[in-house]
Design a protein around this ligand. Structure first.
Ligand SMILES: [Zn+2]
Length: 423
């Protein structure tokens, strides 16, 4: 069974990678075995260094039961659970070349193998900064690439993905002559799906009025609907009012799985890693230019700065309610500056925030004022002095629990709370 893994590292055409699935199925006489897979990689790696999406699919001679997973033109694409081994009957690289612009920034890589590689290659590619040269020496099957070999990381990760935690995305594609320009995808369908079907996620952002099923860049993708039950995505697509599309297919994907996150001690998070770190808020969050909110957390004498950037919108307001001493678990990715970009947070427990305020005068009941340098308090009216202040506890505006960025700011890998907490 040829297992095909493809990484196409041109960030500007990220969504083009998934479209190759359609072209491969169209050109091959073999059947699709299982779902095609869309595998997202460590989102913290700068896009110039490495793409963020890889795909993999298995071809063979299908046997036994078949289920529809898509359509290309008038033809239904079926997926088979069982199959007979077959030799590869197409040249995948020539298909990629046909759909890649002649651009030195494009760095497609293909692996064709009979067996998946070790699972650890997937976990490394989704969580760490991987040295592609190390991966090159461990590839199983045939590897080929254009304009460099960095893409081996994604292609190899895609064929190594165990797929135990998974969601699905049905992606609808435009005909090639219509890829450029504006496309009509009415938001009414996304709104209905977001509201009505708890097995879907990231279709519409109500707070920010954002139709999340349509891509924001020029791409063959018309829309994509994400969910956890693949058969139902086929039904949901009929709710979308859009211009016509020529093909669609359902991918099994690691989107919305939190696979990129690993619990790590604060002192042990490295550059570009994704992590869940547990600690105590060291001081009240502060705002800086550009609407950036930051706060420091610490544990065992180590500290880390947590950051929420402007695109995370109202999530920053929630985070701004944190106070010194709150215990939190911060989910996010470590940036070049050494900070963690927060994508989700668990407020484990709240500290009692209190301060000492001037008491009322025991003599005349007027609110006293600070006596300044000498300490204590003094009544302006009758001159009474007091050492004892009044302990005031701040009314907290946040409760223990989980909080997340809005749909508009969500990374592909991040698990929406709508689907439950993963870790
Ligand atoms: Zn007084």
């Amino acid at each position: 069974m040829p297992i095909i893994g493809i990484d196409d590292t041109d960030s500007k055409r990220e969504m083009c990678t998934t479209y190759l699935t359609i072209e491969i199925i169209k050109n091959s006489n073999l059947d699709l075995i299982g779902f095609p897979k869309l595998v997202r990689l460590n989102p913290n790696i700068p896009l110039k260094t490495r793409g963020n999406a890889a795909i993999s699919l298995v071809l063979g001679r299908g046997e036994g039961e078949k289920t529809p997973v898509g359509k290309i033109g008038e033809e239904t694409v079926f997926s088979y659970q069982r199959h007979k081994e077959e030799r590869m009957d197409i040249d995948v690289m020539s298909i990629i070349e046909k759909f890649s612009p002649r651009d030195p920034d494009t760095n497609p890589a293909v692996i064709i193998t009979r067996e998946p590689n070790e699972e650890r290659f997937y976990w490394d590619a989704v969580r760490e900064f991987v040295d592609y040269k190390e991966v090159l020496t461990r590839v199983r099957g045939e590897f080929s690439s254009i304009n460099g070999e960095v893409g081996v990381v994604g292609a190899n990760a895609a064929v190594s993905w165990p797929g135990i935690n998974a969601t699905y995305e049905l992606i609808a594609y435009l005909d090639r002559d219509r890829w450029s320009g504006e496309h009509l995808v009415d938001e009414s369908g996304s709104i209905l799906i977001e509201k009505s079907f708890p097995d879907t996620f990231d279709s519409f952002d109500f707070r920010n009025n954002y139709n999340a099923i349509r891509p924001t860049t020029k791409t063959p993708v018309l829309f994509g609907i994400r969910g956890v039950i693949p058969e139902r995505l086929m039904e949901y697509k009929d709710f979308i009012r859009s211009e016509p599309f020529s093909s669609y297919i359902t991918f099994k994907t690691n989107q919305g799985t939190d696979d990129h996150l690993l619990e790590r001690p604060i002192g042990e998070v490295g550059l570009y890693q994704s992590a869940i770190v547990r600690g105590f808020v060291l001081s009240a969050p502060r705002w800086s230019r550009g609407g950036i909110l930051t706060f420091d957390i610490g544990n065992d004498g180590k500290r880390l700065t947590a950051v929420a950037m402007e695109p995370t919108k109202e999530f920053r307001i929630t985070l701004s309610k944190l106070r010194k001493g709150d215990e939190v678990r911060v989910y996010g990715g470590v940036t070049r500056a050494g900070n963690i970009n927060v994508e989700k947070i668990q407020v484990v427990s709240l500290s009692k925030v209190s301060d000492i305020a001037p008491p009322r005068c025991p003599n005349c009941k007027t609110r006293m004022e600070s006596a300044g340098r000498d300490g204590g308090f003094r009544c302006r009216k009758c001159g009474t002095r007091s050492k004892q202040g009044e302990v005031r506890t701040e009314e907290r505006e946040i409760s223990p629990g989980f909080y997340e960025v809005p749909v508009i700011a969500r990374r592909h890998l991040a698990r929406p709370l709508k689907l439950g907490v993963s870790k």
